[in-house]
Design a protein around this ligand. Structure first.
Ligand code: KIV
Length: 260
């Protein structure tokens, strides 16, 4: 397993797809490392799956740094990318530099991820110039949820598709090392993947991407009542946990619980 950025370019060149998951604490990170996951994303999805919000907008840079520290501690051999949260980079390249600098210095992340297209290329260029690797994120950008009015597919019209292709190229030209494509038509993701030299990492973007990223809780069924369409469930960990806890409760109430 490599824990440097070279992992991404090598994967694109060799055609070996990359498997990424999100992680928010040391236990999850250690489990992912043991499973052979290629790299970890400390996603601002933590606003929803850890903090219980209905979107990612309220997550702060301070919270991202805190969770990144935990993840890096749990999986010291892995490449860890952290999301720059809403309004910690959109304002200006200086804003992005300060935020990303803290994510690397204090959180000990190896790279940052930013949502956005051509409009954020000044930020991407400034970060690369400062030695900070950038993963870009196009398609459904959860930080723009109020603009979209929902979590549905993006890139459905010809105009939107042209814009996404141009943005993907612009982000590559600005120096991004990889591109997350979220919830876009599979044929569009395939076209973007063919066009780019940097790897694409899909979530709800079909099998042609150079890798896939999934939210830890969605893959493992940690939220039993919630199953996004793009997520495949490999186990029902949430139900297993509820059963285990219910047995504990029952044994305590019956007086049969014994621990050493
Ligand atoms: O925040 C997140 O977890 C993400 C992934 C779903 C790509 O951005």
């Amino acid at each position: 397993m490599s824990n440097t950025i070279t992992l991404f370019q090598k994967a694109k060149e060799s055609g070996r797809p990359l498997a990424l998951v999100t992680a928010y604490d040391a236990t999850m990170a250690a489990l992912a490392q043991a499973a052979g996951v290629d790299a970890l994303l400390v996603g601002d999805s933590l606003g929803m799956v850890v903090q219980g919000s209905d979107n990612t907008l309220s997550v702060t840079l301070h919270e991202m740094i805190y969770h990144t520290k935990l993840v890096v501690r749990g999986a010291p051999d892995m490449f860890v990318i952290t999301d720059l949260p809403f309004m910690s980079y959109q304002v200006s390249p200086e804003n992005a530099l300060r935020s990303a600098g803290l994510a690397l210095k204090e959180g000990r992340a190896h790279a940052v991820k930013l949502e956005g297209g051509e409009e954020i290329t000044p930020q991407v260029r400034a970060l690369i110039a400062a030695g900070i690797p950038v993963m870009a994120h196009l398609g459904l950008q959860p930080q723009s949820i109020h603009l979209y009015g929902g979590y549905g597919k993006r890139g459905k019209t010809a105009a939107e598709q042209r814009k996404l292709l141009a943005s993907a190229q612009a982000l590559q030209d600005a120096g991004a090392f990889a591109l997350v494509l979220e919830n876009i038509p599979h044929n569009l993701a395939a076209e973007i993947t063919r066009t780019l030299e940097m790897p694409t990492i899909g979530i709800g973007a079909g099998p042609a991407c150079d890798g896939q990223v999934q939210v830890f809780h969605d893959l493992l069924g940690l939220r039993p009542g919630f199953k996004p369409r793009h997520a495949k469930r490999y186990t029902e960990a949430g139900r297993t946990i509820i059963k285990g806890l219910a047995r504990f409760v029952q044994e305590v109430r019956e007086g049969s619980f014994v621990s050493r």
